[in-house]
Structure formats: structure tokens, C-alpha cells
Ligand binder design. Structure first.
Ligand code: NAD
Length: 464
């Protein structure tokens, strides 16, 4: 895909207000693969106006017609799925197979789910002598990260459009080509001008201008906790709706009755996918003391199969690589034991980090508390279920998790006591309709399915 030297605003590609550009780098070989415009507050303002102009018409479009447009968008994504996968691989570095299955596959599923939901969702309900109208919130400012570049966009734009909102997107600076490809798909799908607008640019410039813009009614942000807090404060001061999907430090709880080899193997795969750059990754593995040594050996053997450059891609950029290697060094300093990997870069070129497993990790260590966002697993020991629960719930985060036991009922009993937004029971499958989002500092609001759609609606009650 060739980079556009323009913004997609009001249904056409138009030059940015300024001259600055952002270089897009392939993290596998450190080569520049394109440049996109670095948008400013002026571009954001133009895009928000276009979204505002389009809002009344799109909000009044019957839901079945909005559904048909989202369905057409899904069809374009299907037709262009190979190009999507190649683009994500080029700018994020994910292995091509993973890009095809996950980075292209999941957004297609999610777009399809919203094409269906928009057509079937009840935008009106009766409560006693009232009719409650569920109306679109208005103009949405969407700010997305680079780790699942297309999924994060579709998980905001599809429900917003289904609800009748219009959108201005500011994608991550590391992965703008995928966002440009998405804008092309929106255009090809015949979605009316101004309903979706794209402004590429830097977070503290274009992102901040979008979050602060008074013409934006709802800000939906996914990314770091630090920026999320700032956006939450800005939105709060303006009495503006906000949805925040922030970090995680999810626990993979392996109860003594579980199939240990399977639980450890799936747990390692869960973290290694996307080089650990997954907010819901199960980065803390919790194992009973009697099975601890066996689990550590199994984990080390499992990680050895994740060859760098082949099954595990690079991190997105040099900064993330340095950050993750810093965490690995910190783990060693604080007394954790490296059983696989370590801080040294495994290849001379590319922003790779060695798949790493730490044993003897205790709950207060930095690597057991902070989001590392790399291929690093910490294995912690517990003596009984009460301690496992204390450890599982003992971080500021609560995004996801897993529980393994001999039967589902035992795992569910534990999962009910976890302070977290999603739990996979005995390796449960991804469900694109299940609400996704955090307890505690993992965020505010939910994405996906009907819960994700309702984030973009506000209620009006008519009494009779
Ligand atoms: P980030 O929060 O800086 O970036 C996310 C998005 O926010 C990008 O589009 C960025 O341009 C924008 N942004 C940055 N500063 C902004 C500001 N002041 N106002 C408005 N928008 C702004 O994240 P990062 O620096 O790319 O990654 C750092 C860490 O964040 C990672 O190591 C990881 O721990 C976490 N992270 C989490 C997720 C997630 O899915 N929850 C995704 C990416 C990163």
C-alpha cells in the first residue's frame, strides 16, 4: 500500500494544513517505508466540522441502511484482506500468518457483527408510561494505538457508525498506513462524506487537539494509562463522554486440578502472540507450589519453540524495545530468575526482544505489577486458592484473565471472585460479541457487541 500524502476529510483526500510528515518504519528491518502528514489542530478542526455537518443526516438514516453500509465496509475489508495483512506486517512487524488470521481476520468479524447489530438493535424501549429513545451521542473522537491497528479502529468506528454517530479518527503514529487503508475501504463502501474522517498525526499535537475539541461529544481512547488519565481529565472538565481502554496485567490462574501442560502451553502462546503487545495478555502465570517446578520447566521448553523473526516478530519501535529490555533488566535486579530469554537483543537488526520467562517472581516486583508490553511471562507461586486470588487481584489493572481447572464449574467459582472484565475458562475461545473492557485502572466503558454499541448512545425519555 502506498502512503497518502493527505487526510481523508469530508469524503475526499485533501492536503494537510502544514508541511510536516511522520516517517513510517518497518520494525523488522528498520527501513522507512513511507511518510504520512503530521496533522495539526487546524486539520482536526476541519475534520470535526466535516463530521458535525454529516451528523444530522447519518443519525437520521434508518438503522437498516446504516447496517447495509457497514456490511459493505465489511465486504471491502474481506476483498482487501491480503493487503491489510501485508500492511500491518510492514508497519507493526507481526508475522504474516498472524496478520492474516488476527489483524485482518478479527476486524472483519467485528465489522460483520455490527452490520448485523445495527439492523437488529432496538433503538427504542418501553419503560412503564415512557418510551425511551436511544439516540447517537454525536461526533466521536477516536484515538487508537498501534498494537492491533485495524482491530482498534474497527472496534470504535463500527459501533459508532451503527449507533448513528460520525467519527474523526487519530490513529497511532507507528501504524498510519493501516488507517489510511481503512479510510480507502470506507470510501469504497460508499459511506457518506464526513461520516468517517481521518487525521494522521502525533499524539500530543493532533491527538490532544481532538480530545480537547469542543465539537467532539465523546472521546474513545485506547492506549497507555498515562495518556488515558490525561484524556479522562480533559473530558471530565468539559463534561464530555469518554471511553478508555487502558493497560492490563492479566493473571493466568492454573488451579491444582488443571491439565498443567495445556494451561502452561496456551498461557505462553497467549503472551507470545503479537510479541506480547496485547493489552489483555496473561502476563502473570499463577501456579500452585506443588506444581511450580514442573510448570517452570514446561514454560521454558514451550518458549524455546518461539523462534525470533519467524514466530515472534519485533516490537513496534526502538522505544518499545528499549522499554521492554529495561523491564527485563529490572526483573533480574529485583531477584527474579530468568529461565528463558533475557535482556540481550536476539538479532542485530530489527526491534526484537528475546521471548523471556521469569520464575521466582513475587507479587510486589515491578515485573509482576507493571504492564511490560513485550514477550515476557512472569511465573508466580501460590500456596492455596485464597493466596492465588489475592495475587490475581493484586494489581491496579483488571482487564482480562484465565482460569484452568479440572471442570468448568471449579474455574467459574474462582473467576467470579476476580476483579477483571474478561476471563477465559479452560481456554475459552474469543467471542467478538462479548463485552471487552476493564475493571479498576484498565479503563472505563466496554467495546464489542451490543455493550460496545450502547457506549455511543444516549437516552431520551418520553412520558405518556
Ligand atoms: P500512547 O498512549 O502514547 O498512544 C496511544 C495513542 O494515543 C496514539 O494514537 C497516540 O498518538 C495518542 N496520544 C499520545 N499522547 C496523546 C495525548 N497527549 N493526547 C491525545 N492522544 C495522545 O501509547 P504508546 O506510547 O504508543 O505505548 C506506551 C505503552 O502504552 C505501551 O508500552 C503499553 O504499555 C501501553 N499501550 C496499551 C495499549 C492497549 O491496547 N491498552 C495499546 C498501546 C500501548
Amino acid at each position: 500500500m502506498k502512503a497518502h500524502d493527505a487526510m481523508y476529510i469530508g469524503g475526499r483526500w485533501r492536503p494537510a494544513a502544514g508541511q510536516d510528515t511522520i516517517a513510517v518504519v518497518n520494525p523488522a528491518d528498520e527501513q522507512v517505508i513511507g511518510h504520512v502528514p503530521a496533522g495539526t489542530a487546524e486539520d482536526v478542526d476541519t475534520a470535526v466540522r466535516a463530521a458535525r455537518d454529516a451528523f444530522t443526516g447519518w443519525a437520521a438514516t434508518p438503522p437498516a441502511e446504516r447496517a447495509a453500509k457497514i456490511g459493505a465496509l465489511r465486504d471491502v475489508l474481506v476483498a482487501r484482506k491480503d493487503e491489510i495483512a501485508e500492511t500491518v506486517t510492514a508497519e507493526l512487524g507481526a508475522p504474516l500468518g498472524f496478520s492474516q488470521m488476527v489483524h485482518a481476520g478479527v476486524p472483519i468479524l467485528v465489522a460483520g457483527s455490527y452490520a448485523e447489530l445495527a439492523a437488529t438493535y432496538s433503538f427504542e424501549e418501553k419503560v412503564g408510561n415512557s418510551t425511551v429513545l436511544l439516540e447517537p451521542v454525536g461526533v466521536v473522537g477516536a484515538i487508537t494505538p498501534w498494537n492491533y491497528p485495524l482491530h482498534q479502529i474497527v472496534a470504535k468506528v463500527a459501533p459508532a457508525l451503527a449507533a448513528g454517530c460520525t467519527v474523526v479518527l487519530k490513529p497511532a503514529e507507528d501504524t498510519p498506513l493501516t488507517a489510511q487503508l481503512f479510510a480507502e475501504a470506507v470510501d469504497e463502501a460508499g459511506i457518506p462524506a464526513g461520516v468517517f474522517n481521518l487525521v494522521t498525526g502525533l499524539g500530543p499535537v493532533a491527538g490532544q487537539a481532538l480530545a480537547e475539541h469542543e465539537g467532539v461529544d465523546l472521546v474513545s481512547f485506547t492506549g497507555s494509562t498515562a495518556v488515558g488519565k490525561q484524556i479522562g481529565a480533559t473530558a471530565g472538565a468539559a463534561v464530555k463522554r469518554v471511553a478508555l481502554e487502558l493497560g492490563g496485567k492479566s493473571a493466568n490462574v492454573i488451579l491444582p486440578s488443571a491439565d498443567l501442560a495445556k494451561a502452561v502451553g496456551v498461557g505462553i502462546a497467549n503472551v507470545m502472540g503479537n510479541s506480547g503487545q496485547t493489552c489483555s495478555a496473561w502476563t502473570r502465570m499463577l501456579v500452585h507450589e506443588d506444581q511450580y517446578d514442573e510448570a517452570v520447566a514446561t514454560a521454558a521448553a514451550a518458549v524455546a519453540k518461539y523462534t525470533v523473526g519467524d514466530r515472534v516478530g519485533p516490537l513496534v519501535n526502538a522505544k518499545q524495545q528499549a522499554r521492554v529490555r529495561g523491564y527485563i533488566e529490572k526483573g533480574v535486579e529485583e531477584g527474579a530468575r530468568v529461565v528463558a530469554g533475557g535482556p540481550e537483543a536476539p538479532l542485530d537488526k530489527g526491534y526484537y526482544v528475546a521471548p523471556t520467562v521469569f520464575a521466582d517472581v513475587t507479587p510486589e516486583m515491578t515485573i509482576a505489577q507493571e504492564e511490560i508490553f513485550g514477550p515476557v511471562v512472569s511465573i508466580l507461586k501460590y500456596t492455596d486458592e485464597a493466596e492465588a486470588l489475592r495475587i490475581a487481584n493484586g494489581t491496579v489493572y483488571g482487564l482480562a484473565g484465565a482460569v484452568w481447572a479440572a471442570d468448568d464449574a471449579e474455574a467459574v467459582a474462582f473467576a467470579r471472585r476476580m476483579d477483571t472484565g474478561q476471563v477465559d475458562i479452560n481456554g475459552g475461545r474469543f467471542n467478538p460479541l462479548a463485552p471487552f473492557g476493564g475493571y479498576k485502572q484498565s479503563g472505563v466503558g466496554r467495546e464489542l457487541g451490543s455493550h460496545g454499541l450502547s457506549e455511543y448512545l444516549q437516552t431520551k425519555s418520553l412520558q405518556f
